[in-house]
Design a binder for this molecule. Structure first.
Ligand SMILES: Cc1cc2nc3c(=O)[nH]c(=O)nc-3n(C[C@H](O)[C@H](O)[C@H](O)COP(=O)(O)OP(=O)(O)OC[C@H]3O[C@@H](n4cnc5c(N)ncnc54)[C@H](O)[C@@H]3O)c2cc1C
Ligand code: FES
Length: 278
């Protein structure tokens, strides 16, 4: 009988250091048939495990349009993620999934898109950003608003520069606290509203970051005229099973692992216990 908790071995093909505590791991299933047939959607997550360390839910940061590998951008936070950070190229990691719902894609074709991210929150958005970039002519104007605590904590520095060179695409960066070599903006991500025009016409927004950032960004987007149904956000909750069985991640009658992690602001506002979200 198929065991839903059974992970599959994958080999680490490449490791890229993003910041002092964050790395992007490119992995590939060792089973060729699985590697060839595997599909996922932008915004989904997987459970990553190492024997003796445990399991942790991690968003897929690569785009489903780029086949043959999976990427995970991981901050060394605790037991599992610190053990993953010790791994080297060609080491094994164990993964199951993909799980959860995902960011809309077909539904937002032809729209202007505002990505708003904080810190490692850019990781799940990168999956959709690169999917949009690989289908660039299907979308209108794109604005990426991204903030980190310090310049050193900005992830995907090379891609941020590359996205900026793509036509009709703007990247706006800010840091909470300036650092050596930084001549850019200083302030939290919502301060960017002072510098750039945010127009809700034919637009959707996709938000991810620390809970407090999501809360203030959603409020700012709403003030700018975005409808709650056009503001998408991905939530993090303490998870165990990842498949709607253990009850660790519920809010009201919803399982964040199964009904989420992507919700609209409209859905979040309808939760009775919404004060626990942000
Ligand atoms: C759907 C989903 C997607 C995620 N995607 C990523 C990702 O792409 N990259 C990444 O680095 N991390 C991601 N996380 C967070 C990651 O799963 C947790 O940090 C996880 O606890 C790490 O396991 P650990 O054993 O290393 O740390 P632990 O020992 O479990 O925890 C370390 C610290 O983080 C706290 N913590 C644990 N879980 C959470 C949580 N969900 N939210 C806030 N604080 C928490 C603990 O209380 C503790 O202080 C995601 C979580 C979810 C639910
Ligand atoms: S993590 Fe077990 S129900 Fe969501």
């Amino acid at each position: 009988m198929k065991n839903e908790y059974f992970p599959f071995p994958a080999i680490i093909e490449n490791i890229k250091t993003e910041t002092v505590d964050t790395k992007t791991f490119r992995v590939c299933f060792t089973d060729k048939a699985l590697a060839d047939s595997f599909n996922y959607q932008q915004g989904q997550f997987m459970e990553l495990s190492l024997p003796g360390a445990g399991e942790a839910p991690i968003s897929i940061s690569s785009s489903p349009s780029r086949k043959g590998f999976l990427e995970f951008t991981i901050r060394a936070a605790g037991k599992v993620t610190k053990s993953i950070h010790m791994l080297k190229k060609d080491d094994y990691i164990y993964i199951r999934g993909p799980y959860g719902n995902f960011f809309p894609f077909e539904e937002i074709i032809g729209k202007n898109i505002y990505f708003v991210a904080g810190g490692i929150g850019l990781a799940p958005l990168r999956s959709l950003i690169n999917l949009v970039m690989d289908n660039r002519s299907s979308f209108r104007h794109i604005k990426i608003l991204y903030g980190a605590r310090t310049p050193d904590e900005l992830c995907f520095k090379n891609e941020l520069k590359q996205w900026e060179t793509i036509s009709d695409t703007e990247v706006w960066l800010t840091v909470d606290k300036t650092g050596a070599g930084w001549s850019g903006r200083v302030g939290v991500v919502t301060e960017l509203w002072k510098d750039t025009h945010i127009d809700p016409t034919d637009a959707v927004s996709i938000v991810c970051g620390p809970p407090i950032m999501i809360k203030f960004a959603a409020e700012k987007l709403e003030e700018s005229g975005f409808k709650d149904k056009d503001i998408f956000m991905t939530l993090e909750r303490y998870m165990k099973c990842g498949i709607g069985k253990c009850g660790h991640c519920n809010i009201d009658d919803k399982f964040i692992c199964k009904d989420g992690p992507v919700f609209t602001y409209e859905q979040i506002k309808s939760f009775r216990t919404k004060e626990h979200i942000f």
